[in-house]
Write a protein that binds this ligand. Structure first.
Ligand SMILES: C[S@@+](CC[C@H](N)C(=O)[O-])C[C@H]1O[C@@H](n2cnc3c(N)ncnc32)[C@H](O)[C@@H]1O
Length: 272
């Protein structure tokens, strides 16, 4: 493993060990309208075998388990998997399994799942293309591969957005542009890709309350957001609601299908 990859793993586990409980509790992450859109993009059926990649505290995995035959969740951060287990018990779900592991090389055989899903993970990955290729590898021919994440809309907006997100959460790597996400789907051989969108509305203070920036950086983030009101260079529609700053993460749901002819790229290989 490269030094950069090792460092990123450390940042992820450090941040998400601390974020696990507040992340699970943040209402925006269990927003019903967003869940409805995501479930519809996955076209879940009762006989589906689902993999939730970088599942965090199991919010989406447990929602899937209420419909599908079985759901497997995998995440690098053990504290997130502890939260996922506790949510599973609260919901009395017997059809879920959890794994602690790095999604860069998924520890599952080829064609094991009919739906392979990930939410809010790609912007934390050094190499989202490799993870998408792994997702395609473990999907059955005919299976759905679905990625939900924040996206950027111009190089200038991306630069500022990524800068402020790194200040708020040092494990942030880079939010991809919509076109980049679409090209990743194409390069991965996924067909019939559909896109859907929603805005994830959050209060800045609530988000900072569940984030763990380095000392002094929370105030820098507050200042950048306050200056962005009315100009929207960040692309997140920052505004004041009852004196508090609110903004939206623009979210895309990309869903594609693995056809029987889709070439499979294994982790670490470059050939298609
Ligand atoms: C923002 S959270 C999203 C959690 C969940 N998918 C959700 O939407 O509720 C990002 C998650 O990605 C996980 N993660 C980041 N990089 C990972 C990697 N290389 N392998 C496995 N999990 C990873 C983190 O541990 C964290 O739980």
């Amino acid at each position: 493993m490269t030094k950069e990859a090792e460092g990123q793993r450390r940042l992820i586990v450090d941040q998400f060990t601390r974020q696990a409980v507040p992340f699970r509790q943040m209402p925006a992450h269990s927003d019903r309208d967003a869940f409805r859109l995501v479930l519809s993009a996955c076209q879940l059926k009762p006989d589906d075998l689902v993999l939730d990649v970088a599942c965090g505290p199991g919010l989406t995995a447990c929602a899937f388990a209420e419909v599908a035959a079985h759901v497997t969740g995998i995440d690098l951060t053990p504290a997130m998997i502890d939260e996922a287990r506790s949510l599973q018990w609260e919901k009395s779900l017997g059809n879920v399994a959890w794994h602690v592991g790095d999604v860069t090389a998924l520890p599952f055989p080829d064609a094991a799942f009919s739906v392979v899903f990930t939410r809010y993970s790609f912007h934390h990955l050094l190499d989202p293309g490799t993870v998408l290729a792994e997702m395609v590898r473990v999907a059955k021919p005919g299976g759905r591969v679905v990625v939900v994440d924040v996206y950027t809309s111009s190089p200038q907006q991306a630069e500022l957005y990524n800068q402020v997100e790194k200040l708020r959460d040092p494990s942030h790597v880079r939010a991809l542009a919509l076109d980049e996400l679409r090209s990743l789907f194409e390069s991965a051989g996924l067909t019939g890709a559909s896109t859907d969108f929603y805005n994830l509305d959050v209060s800045l203070e609530q988000l900072l309350g569940s984030s763990f920036p380095s000392a002094g950086d929370a105030d820098k983030v507050r200042q950048i957001f306050a200056h962005d009101i009315g100009t929207d260079r960040l692309g997140v529609s920052a505004r004041r609601v009852d004196g508090e700053i609110h903004f939206v993460f623009p979210i895309v749901i990309l869903a594609g299908r693995k056809t029987s002819g889709t070439a499979v790229r294994t982790a670490g290989s470059d050939h298609h």
